[in-house]
Ligand binder design. Sequence first.
Ligand code: NBP
Length: 476
Amino acid sequence: ELADIGVLGLAVMGANLARNAARKGFGVAVYNRHGGRTDDLINEFGSEGRFTPSKTIADFVASIARPRPIIIMVKAGKPVDDVIEELIPHLDEGDIIIDGGNSLFTDTNRRFHYLTEKKLRFIGMGVSGGEEGALEGPSMMPGGTREAYARIEPIVTKMAAQVDGEPCCTYIGTEGSGHFVKMVHNGIEYADMQLITEAYDLFKTVYGLEAPAIADIFADWNEGELNSYLIEITAAVLRKVDDTGKPLVDSIVDEAEQKGTGRWTAQSALDLGIPLTSITEAVFARALSARRTERAAVEARFPHGDVAKRAPSAAEIDAIKDALYASKIVAYAQGFEQLQVAAQQYGWELKLGEISTIWRGGCIIRARFLNRIREAYASGTGGGNLLLQDYFADAVIKAEASWRKVVGLAVAEGIPVPAFASSLAYYDGLRRARGPANLLQGLRDYFGAHTYGRLDKPGKFHTRWSQDGSEVKTSD
Ligand code: NBP
């Protein structure tokens, strides 16, 4: 009997996706370049469902029902192109290669058009949820043609996490839009995590709380509007005690690593001209954290005065929660703006309400909050800045005073809160009908004759700064 789906690449993610499909009752063909991984999967988990292992690509392809859906789960970059080239000679018209890795969306665009020319179909599918999600039900963001998606829909919607009876998987759009949406998801994840670490830093460094006490605060926050996977696991990580009997977190090296999806999100924002400040600051904060030796040297040159540590009052704890919440709203507002601008720029029909729906479960940023975003984008014409939606506008207005106080406290104490502060600056910048860029335009005109517009009359103008100082109209 032919398999319903194939999975190629059986490292942790691929193996878990294959097991997920098998547990849901699908026949799963499996293949890995080094056969040892295939053997391990079958030996350990072969009894979980109907697996068809193969040791050659030819046998693997032949073991799948046509038109064949084949998920490839290999390292992003060149391995994906290599695997596609290896598969092509064995495939038939209409077969579907599904790239479930974290590929850069522009690579997915290229592969989509390349395979379409060869009369094959290609789906770039963002998969979020880590190892556990892949096994138990991830959030899946497939992009490609609607027809190709229709072929895999019955399988992937069963593999995905389910929230309130709805699968965390829906058709995203054409070309690399699925990987684009996954990229922005990861960027938002960067911002969420940076905001959490800034709150932690304030509790630890300004108020002198120990990890278990901070764990209690996050556990408490997880009961309210901040309820989310990342807040929940923050409490778990802070609570963990290692073999020495001390909090594990106090022994973990304070150097953040990154695999690139946050950086891609920021680069895309620069390309699209979007003020994606919260996510970008989160990427920079990781880069700064990675300079550990340099930080030690600079601290020696600019020693901190002692921070007078004292336990926070309930109101002070709430203020940090408000700052985190308002900053989080800004980070999401920016991320959703990036989706809207990309949709326009690249001709994709991204449905923001559906995207927030499939982020409610399975993925790393899953949160109660996303129900509100879903409502916001489902009700209206489907666009606009999230800050202008009533629910979020009210939340930010309520949090605003605390937000300012917390950023002020951090600045006064010399504790960096780049994501809190840049989110606040974005909010303050956006809610000013008249900002200071008038002067900037004046400077540009002075040194580069770049011209400026005037509030009191239409057209473009230039002042002859170094001549007689008179103004000329340069265009209507
Ligand atoms: P890795 O990213 O570590 O990749 C290892 C797999 O790629 C192995 O199966 C390896 O085969 C295969 N591979 C490589 Br490398 N080069 C190959 C080639 N030229 N031909 C054939 N196979 C090749 O695996 P992973 O951590 O399971 O992640 C897979 C994808 O999922 C990545 O894109 C990752 O970014 C993404 N992702 C990961 C997570 C996570 O939590 N880890 C979450 C979401 C998405 P071999 O065994 O023969 O060397």
